[in-house]
Write a protein that binds this ligand. Structure first.
Ligand code: NDP
Length: 295
């Protein structure tokens, strides 16, 4: 199978690296120098436009910030649709929104071209190790066809339902990450102010019912150490929370916690900037509470 990969960002790049080691790969990236450097390093081809990238590809993977950017690649003389061949499957690994994906799928469904939403979880380290969880929306036969490509970077690959279902599950997962990270940081800030060691508090919580990825991994490894590595932008988590809140509303669930958390992350993004990492949300809580969660 020939594969095209569009979007060599923080997580797209290590995913594309795994694809390149098993399939003939053509890449495209908005900043072309990244695609050229990738091609030289990993024996792939770098295309100048989305149209050129997807020509001849059986599987086209996109991994962009939001569904809006994916939709933005489709049209025009250099657009993806101008080059997509009959029988090709577009696999969108963006953490996108269900409604836009359904619209994109409907545009492809007029021919033999197919669409699967396939957002990933597991972070940059999971992408590097090829152990991502991939939650898919689409037809089973389409997933079966592209599964060998997804298996190069994914360990658990689950069909969640029709087109959009993968994005919906991903948004809910991300919303939980956002809520947990915020609430754990608030609670730890209060404990520090009360004179409790955050290291000890986490030891207790992680042996108790409140434990989560934020308490087990993110806060000990990134906040207590003050490392704050930039692996997943806070702006992207804000986007995911917004998708989850909107998705809940479309299902008739008012979801006040998801709405409030979206607004808290939006305010934090305005304060910290577009490039801040999601774990840097703890810095906002530290600033407003006048303390540091330091190990
Ligand atoms: P980055 O911000 O690191 O990279 C974004 C990519 O999209 C870059 O290749 C960028 O190109 C490209 N891009 C941005 N705007 C446009 C545009 N208007 N047109 C075309 N290309 C564009 O994001 P990530 O790689 O971190 O995330 C990608 C997706 O994966 C997001 O939906 C995110 O939520 C999701 N995700 C990320 C995880 C992570 O740990 N990072 C974990 C799980 C999911 P350029 O190089 O020119 O800037």
């Amino acid at each position: 199978m020939n594969v095209a990969f569009l979007g060599l960002g923080a997580i797209g790049l290590p995913m594309a690296r795994h694809v390149a080691s098993h399939f003939t790969l053509t890449t495209w990236n908005r900043t072309q120098s990244k695609a050229t450097a990738f091609a030289q390093q990993h024996g792939a081809r770098a295309a100048a436009t989305p149209r050129e990238a997807v020509q001849g590809a059986d599987v086209v993977i996109t991994c962009l910030p939001t569904s809006k950017e994916v939709e933005g690649l489709l049209d025009g003389a250099d657009g993806l649709l101008a080059g997509l061949k009959d029988g090709a499957t577009l696999v969108d690994c963006t953490s996108g929104d269900p409604t836009t994906s359904q619209r994109i799928a409907a545009r492809l469904a007029s021919s033999t071209q197919r669409f699967i939403d396939a957002p990933v979880s597991g972070g940059v380290s999971g992408a590097e190790q090829g152990t991502l969880t991939i939650m898919c929306g689409g037809e089973e036969a389409d997933l079966t066809r592209v599964r060998p490509v997804l298996e190069t970077f994914g360990k658990k690959i689950v069909l969640c339902g029709a087109v959009g279902a993968g994005h919906a599950v991903k948004a809910v997962n991300q919303a939980l990450l956002g809520v947990h990270l915020y609430a754990a940081s608030e609670g730890l800030a209060a404990l520090v102010k009360a004179g409790v060691s955050p290291t000890l508090a986490l030891e207790v919580i992680n042996a108790s019912s409140g434990r989560c990825n934020a308490t087990e991994n993110l806060i000990p490894q990134r906040v207590l150490t003050r490392a704050f590595p930039r692996t997943f932008r806070l702006a992207l988590l804000e986007k995911d929370l917004g998708i989850a809140a909107a998705f809940a509303r479309t299902q008739g669930v008012s979801a006040p916690v998801l709405q409030l958390t979206t607004e808290l992350y939006r305010a934090a993004r305005r304060e910290l900037g577009e490039e801040a990492d999601h774990v840097e949300i703890a810095k906002v809580i530290e600033r407003t509470s006048g303390t540091e969660i330091r190990g």
